[in-house]
Design a protein. Structure first.
Length: 244
C-alpha cells in the first residue's frame, strides 16, 4: 500500500459489498472479557469459581460524515451502513459483517447505529452527521465445551476436596466417571432427579445433589446456576443443611 492511508471498511460477507467510511474514526473501543460463576459450598469463606464462557468482543466507534461541499443529503452515505441492521430475507437475520481497518479485522454483526445530525442546508437537508456504531464479534458455533473448575481461595478445605474430588475434563452433560465429582450449569428444564440419573446413574439420589449444594427447595433450579455433583460412587454424602 506504500504510504497510502488504510481505509476503514464495513463488508457484508453475504453479498461481498463493502461500505467505506467517509473518514477513518479517530479512535475505537474494543471490549472483551470472561464470565465466571461462583459455586456455593456451605462452610467456605470464599466460594470456588468456575469458568463459564468468554464474553464476546464488542467494537464501538463514531464515524463522521460530511456532504456540505456537494450539497447532497448526508443520509445517502449513512443509510447503507444503518441498513446493515435489517434482517436478510434469505437468512432471516442481519448479515454477518467484516470490519476492516488495515491489519485489524473483526468478523461481526452490527448491534447499534445511532445517527446525530449537526449541520443542515437552508431547506433542512442534513449535510453533516456523526454515526455511533457498535459491532459484536461473530463466532462460529462449532466449539466443544469442556469443564474448567478452579478454586479462587488460596486455602481449600478438605471437605470440598471430598465432595468435589478431581474435576472431570469431560464435556458438561456427560455422565461423571466413577469416583469423580463435577460441576453442572443448570439449563431450562433441568430437574435434580434427571441430573442424578445422568451423573450418578440413579434418579433417586437427587437428595445427595441437594445436600451438597445446600438446597432447601429441590425445585428451585435457576438456569445458569452451577451445581456441584458428588462422585458417582458416593452415597449418603454428609448433609451440609438442606433437603433431609
Amino acid at each position: 500500500m506504500g504510504n497510502e492511508l488504510a481505509k476503514a471498511l464495513v463488508i457484508n460477507t453475504a453479498t461481498g459489498v463493502g461500505f467505506p467510511v467517509m473518514y477513518n474514526p479517530e479512535e475505537f473501543k474494543l471490549d472483551q472479557g470472561n464470565n465466571f460463576a461462583e459455586i456455593g459450598i456451605p462452610g467456605l469463606n470464599a466460594s470456588p469459581v468456575q469458568y463459564v464462557r468468554g464474553r464476546t468482543r464488542t467494537l464501538a466507534m463514531e464515524l463522521f460524515f460530511d456532504s456540505y461541499e456537494t450539497g447532497t443529503d448526508v443520509r445517502e452515505h449513512t443509510a447503507p451502513i444503518v441498513a446493515l441492521l435489517d434482517k436478510d430475507p434469505a437468512g432471516q437475520a442481519p448479515p454477518v459483517l467484516l470490519f476492516s481497518l488495515g491489519r485489524f479485522q473483526l468478523p461481526c454483526v452490527l448491534v447499534d447505529a445511532g445517527q446525530r445530525f449537526t449541520m443542515f442546508l437552508r431547506d433542512g437537508t442534513p449535510v453533516r452527521s456523526v454515526l455511533s456504531v457498535r459491532f459484536q464479534e461473530y463466532v462460529q458455533v462449532d466449539i466443544a465445551v469442556s469443564g474448567g473448575l478452579f478454586f479462587g481461595s488460596p486455602i481449600v478445605s478438605a471437605a470440598v476436596n471430598t465432595v468435589v474430588g478431581a474435576v472431570s475434563d469431560s464435556s458438561v452433560g456427560a455422565a461423571a466417571p466413577t469416583g469423580t465429582g463435577t460441576v453442572h450449569t443448570v439449563i431450562q428444564g433441568d430437574t435434580l432427579s434427571a441430573l442424578a440419573g445422568t451423573y450418578l446413574g440413579d434418579a433417586g439420589r437427587w437428595r445427595e445433589i441437594a445436600r451438597v449444594n445446600g438446597m432447601d427447595d429441590p425445585f428451585a433450579l435457576v438456569p445458569g446456576r452451577p451445581l456441584v455433583i458428588p462422585p458417582r460412587t458416593s452415597a449418603g454424602v454428609p448433609a451440609g443443611g438442606g433437603v433431609p
